[in-house]
Design a protein around this ligand. Structure first.
Ligand code: ADP
Length: 404
């Protein structure tokens, strides 16, 4: 079975075509700057990169060009588009309606559109991708995989904010959590690597990249996560503030004479590492400069790791114990120093012992704790596309079975 995975943003489409008989990636790429000057597609097959520059006014044109590339004589990997059995769409917000991935029909599409009230920046873009895909690949099944659904198992104790209950009743204001597909993939893979059943494990997954979140996964289920009603809560991120006293918002609005909307934009786009250093949002820049002794970068690096450590402590308490702590995403997979400092500075009391020599690598799956460490410390590279393709395959196959 061949599955096309689509992650559609407001001005971009990330795609990956997978052969699900062996889980190999046949082609992948990125459509950039949709509706903006300088739009282009970066298309990769077998590591070979092709850049196609053209006017791409909307998502439908972008996807059409991708499909043409997939069957083209020079960069193609398919004889015909009929070979694409299904399309798996990453959808940011499923609200309380989607606790798992679903086949997309008209009713599901309408519901995803309705959920735009919770994710006005993201769901409309996902909907554009789904509509384009339904139009251009009418014979392929369409499946939605939600960033929020893995966290729908959280108990009320974790998802309710301590604010008047009527805001939950009226507006569904609660913790939803994001990066769910990544946390789910990593937790599942951790259990496989440890040779244990997910039901027997308490795992803390740290998805730390530009966007970052930590999740507490107990017996295979998410019971808490650091992102909240929106992705702004929790860790200090590339440009997002993470946790802060809500009273700061009104105080700064008054002092700076700005609106709450402008303030939220600052908290999303100009805070975090960028806010603290005034110049870098990319952890590579911060790490390099911290190592060279630049004070402000060292401080930003410290804040980033301290927040992660605080959440690990909180989730060890939330689960009354922890068997494995796992790092993933851009920073988690590629920064041995970050992993080492978090372990050495903050996790000793849990009985965590990191093997510094083993930890000295990037981008691989490995256990990085010593044999006598009480808690396993691991790196598991995330693979959201594969998880989306697996869900898609499973749903399509089940549906086919039902028809038989
Ligand atoms: P997102 O998906 O949220 O954009 P990623 O998971 O791709 O984020 O992570 C991007 C982050 O990972 C960037 O801040 C980048 O600098 C960081 N990163 C990548 N490689 C390294 C490295 N070798 N050392 C430190 N940080 C790294």
């Amino acid at each position: 079975m061949k599955v096309l995975v689509i992650n559609s943003g407001s001005s971009s489409i990330k795609y990956q075509l997978l052969n699900m008989d062996n889980e190999n990636v046949l082609a992948k790429g990125l459509v950039e700057r949709i509706g903006i000057d300088g739009s282009r597609i970066v298309h990769k097959v077998n590591g070979e990169k092709n850049i196609i520059e053209d006017n791409i006014p909307d998502h439908e044109k972008g996807l059409k060009m991708v499909l043409d590339l997939l069957v083209s004589s020079d960069h193609g990997v398919l004889e015909s588009l009929e070979e694409i059995d299904a399309v798996g769409h990453r959808v940011v917000h499923g609200g309380e309606r989607f606790a798992s991935s679903v086949r997309i029909n008209k009713e599901v599409l309408d519901t995803i559109e309705l959920m735009s009230f919770l994710a006005p920046l993201h769901n409309p873009a996902n909907v554009m991708g789904i509509k384009a895909s339904m139009e251009l690949l009418p014979n392929a099944e369409q499946v939605g995989v939600f960033d929020t659904s893995f966290h729908q198992t959280m108990p009320q104790t974790s998802y309710l904010y301590a604010i008047p209950y009527e805001y939950y009743e009226k507006y569904k204001v609660r913790r939803y959590g994001f990066h769910g597909t990544s946390h789910r993939y990593v937790a599942k893979r951790t259990a496989e690597v440890l040779g244990k059943k997910p039901e027997d494990l308490k795992i803390i997954t740290c998805h730390i990249g530009n966007g970052a979140s930590v999740a507490a996964v107990k017996n295979g289920k998410s019971i808490d996560t650091s992102m909240g009603f929106t992705p702004l809560e929790g860790l200090a991120m590339g440009t997002r503030s993470g946790d802060l006293d809500p009273a700061i918002i009104e105080f700064i609005c008054k002092e700076e004479n700005i609106t709450p909307k402008e303030m939220l934009n600052i908290l999303n786009k100009k805070s975090g590492m960028l806010g603290v250093t005034k110049k870098y949002s990319d952890m590579r820049d911060i790490e390099d400069n911290a190592i060279e002794g630049e004070k402000v970068s060292r401080m930003a690096f410290d804040i980033y790791e301290y927040r992660i450590a605080k959440y690990i402590g909180a989730y060890a308490a939330a689960m009354n114990g922890v068997d494995a702590i796992v790092f993933t995403a851009g920073v988690g997979e590629n920064s041995p120093i970050m992993r080492e400092e978090i372990a050495e500075r903050y996790l000793g009391y849990l009985g965590v012992k990191i093997d510094k020599e083993v930890n000295d690598f990037k981008g691989k799956e490995k256990i990085i704790s010593t044999d006598d460490s009480k808690v396993k410390l691991m790196v598991v590279p995330t693979n959201e596309e594969l998880m989306i393709a697996r869900d898609t395959k499973e749903i399509v196959e089940n549906n086919l079975n039902e028809l038989k």
